[in-house]
Ligand binder design. Structure first.
Ligand SMILES: Nc1ncnc2c1ncn2[C@@H]1O[C@H](COP(=O)(O)OP(=O)(O)O)[C@@H](O)[C@H]1O
Ligand SMILES: [Mg+2]
Length: 228
C-alpha cells in the first residue's frame, strides 16, 4: 500500500528532522525504501548544502539530494516569505507535481514540513494545503514541555477541521526540561482520545547518528507505516 506522511511540528526547532530521520532509519532497517522530501528548505547558508535535506537523504541511505530538496532559500523564514524576499518564485503546483512523481515510484514517502502546519509554503497555500493535495497523513512533532497542550491542540484542531488524518503525535524531549516533570502524553491522551500519542522520545547526545528504531515510539510508527 502506498502511504505518504507529512511530518509537521507545533513550531520550528521541535525536532521534525530528528524524528523524520529516526523514522527513515527504522523503515530502512526493516528493508523498506522510504523516500524523504523536504519540498522547500529555507535558511540555507550554502544553497548546495541544505542541512535538513542532507540529514534526510543520509538517513534514507543516501538518496538523491536534488529530489529530496528541489527548492532552497537562504533567508531563514517561511518558504513563501523567503521566496518573496529573495525575489524568487516557486509554485505550489510545482511542489505537488514533484511529490506526486516521487509517490509514483515509492510506496512510502515521508515529507518534512517547515515550522508548523499553517506556515505558508507558497502563495495562498499552507502545509495543510500540501497535506491535502498529496494525500498525506500527519505526524505532529511536539515539545514534551510546558506549553505543549495548547500548541498540540491547535495543530490537531487545524488538521482535523480540514479533514487531514493524523497518524500520531510524537513528543520530543527538550534541551532544558521543565522544573516539574509532567506526563504531557497522558494529558494529551485525555484531551484527544482519538489520536495516537506516542511515548516521548528522549534527549540524545547525537540524535542524527544513533539508531532510534529501538525506541518504542519509533518502532510503533514503523509498524504502523509498514502495515497493509
Ligand atoms: N531527542 C533529541 N535529542 C537531542 N537533540 C535533539 C533531539 N531532538 C532535536 N534535537 C536537536 O534540536 C535541534 C532542533 O531539532 P530539529 O530536528 O532540527 O527540529 P526541526 O526540524 O523541527 O526544526 C537540532 O539541533 C537537533 O539536533
Ligand atoms: Mg527540520
Amino acid at each position: 500500500m502506498k502511504r505518504t506522511i507529512l511530518v509537521t511540528g507545533t513550531d520550528t526547532g521541535v525536532g521534525k528532522t530528528v524524528v523524520t530521520c529516526a523514522i527513515l532509519r527504522a523503515l530502512l532497517q526493516r528493508g523498506l525504501h522510504p523516500f524523504p522530501i523536504k519540498p522547500v528548505e529555507t535558511g540555507c547558508d550554502d544553497l548546495r548544502r541544505p542541512e535538513d535535506a542532507i540529514a534526510l537523504s543520509a538517513a534514507a541511505g543516501g538518496v538523491d539530494l536534488a529530489t529530496v530538496c528541489p527548492v532552497r532559500y537562504q533567508t531563514p523564514a517561511s518558504p513563501w516569505t523567503a521566496a518573496r524576499l529573495e525575489g524568487s518564485k516557486h509554485s505550489f503546483e510545482g511542489l505537488v507535481d514533484h511529490i506526486r512523481a516521487v509517490q509514483q515510484t515509492h510506496d512510502l514517502v515521508i515529507v518534512e514540513g517547515a515550522g508548523g502546519l499553517l506556515v505558508p509554503i507558497a502563495q495562498g497555500k499552507s502545509y495543510a494545503d500540501l497535506a491535502v493535495a498529496i494525500g498525506a497523513s500527519l505526524i505532529v512533532v511536539a515539545r514534551d514541555a510546558l506549553g505543549t497542550l495548547n500548541h498540540t491542540s491547535l495543530t490537531l484542531e487545524a488538521a482535523l477541521s480540514r479533514g487531514i488524518p493524523v497518524f500520531a503525535v510524537a513528543l520530543n524531549a527538550v534541551a532544558s526540561p521543565d522544573r516539574f516533570s509532567l506526563p504531557h502524553g497522558d494529558e494529551l491522551r485525555a484531551l484527544w482520545p482519538g489520536v495516537l500519542i506516542l511515548d516521548p522520545i528522549p534527549r540524545r547526545e547525537n540524535p542524527h547518528s544513533i539508531l532510534m528504531s529501538n525506541e518504542s515510539s519509533i518502532a510503533f510508527i514503523t509498524d504502523m507505516t509498514a502495515e497493509s
